[in-house]
Write a protein that binds this ligand. Sequence first.
Ligand SMILES: [Mn+2]
Length: 426
Amino acid sequence: MRILQLSDAHLESPLSSLPREKAQIRRAELRGTLCRAILEAEKEGCALALLPGDLFDQNFASEATVAALCEAFQKAGGVRFFIAPGNHDPLGPRSPYRFAEWPENVHIFKKPEMEEVALTLGGEEVSVWGCAGLPRPYDREPLRGFAVRDRARLNLGCVHGYVTGARAVPYGPIAPEEIRASGLDYLALGHVHSYLPPRAAGGTVYGYAGCLEGRGFDECGPKGLLLLEVEKGAVRHSFRPFSARQVHRIVVDVTGARTSEAAAERCAAAAAAHRDGTELPEGIPPELLDDKGGVDLSRLRDAHGRWRGFLPGEAERPLPGERVEPRDLVRFELTGELPPEAEIDPATVSALAGDYFHCEVELLARRAVDYGEIAKESTLTGEFVRACLDARERAQTAEERERAELALEYGYAALTGRKVEADGCH
Ligand SMILES: [Mn+2]
């Protein structure tokens, strides 16, 4: 059975970290991408789609947004949609899940306990289980004590929650043992904003599609949909980048750069070489990591580093959106050590670094200290620096020389209130 999973679209997010006009464009895109994703379910021939929560950023939404969604659901009339409200769009009194008239092919889970919808799809007996996130407190445990009614059926779950061993974590904590005991064949989860490849707990496979669009620089890399082929005892999956734009945070070492032009050139080169998804996504619950603390990335990428599909015919198709594109949002973080005379202006670097929808530059690089200049000062600091430079000059061994340099670095930092990086300490 072909299933589409998506969550955490966060429609109508304020996106206040962006300039007002760009935020407006992005808000329109969040909505557009969710509507496009709904239609994709039908295009892909999915029998059903599981939407485990945070479709809206708040427990209210504009009528226009709700109308656009309803229209998309209606157009994808051959697909049964299941929505489990999350912690951002809980089933409060103003919730669009309550007030809107949703098309018949949309089911919204409205109870705090797991509820069953029994269907016959293509001759197969299927149960879709889900529950609603309710307004505060969010620490209810959605799967506590849950088990399916009839294990002979194909049992699917749709829940907004956080898989964790730590009960102290709020937002719908789910223990791996609860997943194992559920009897579900597949559990679609929302809440974590990174795609996490489906994993097994006992006979149950569970996975996060992640958010639909990156909204800020803490939501980098490919975002999109999870396509699943679920049968009893077998789940195949394929992640499909689907966002209108991607967000990238690129660390650039600008050591030695003297001008904004030189720094911008380094940024452009770093962007050309940048590939998202090669690093572990952030915010992975510890229970989702393998024994060595990593997610099995080999399953995400082929030998050439391309995203890999798992459905028939997709194995070799390079998926869009893994490179940095002009339509993307980019933040360059400049690190390293600049020469004392360097003049680097973040706004200029940003203007020269490339033509992006949105580009920002953060200057984190430290400026090297020109000790020779300071040694000329007739101040306590100047006196100290002269003494250290003398000691370095008179050093007989490498060790003595290093000691003099460390004394210089730390002493100067202490005298001037500069921060010192701990890795300079041997
Ligand atoms: Mn969310």
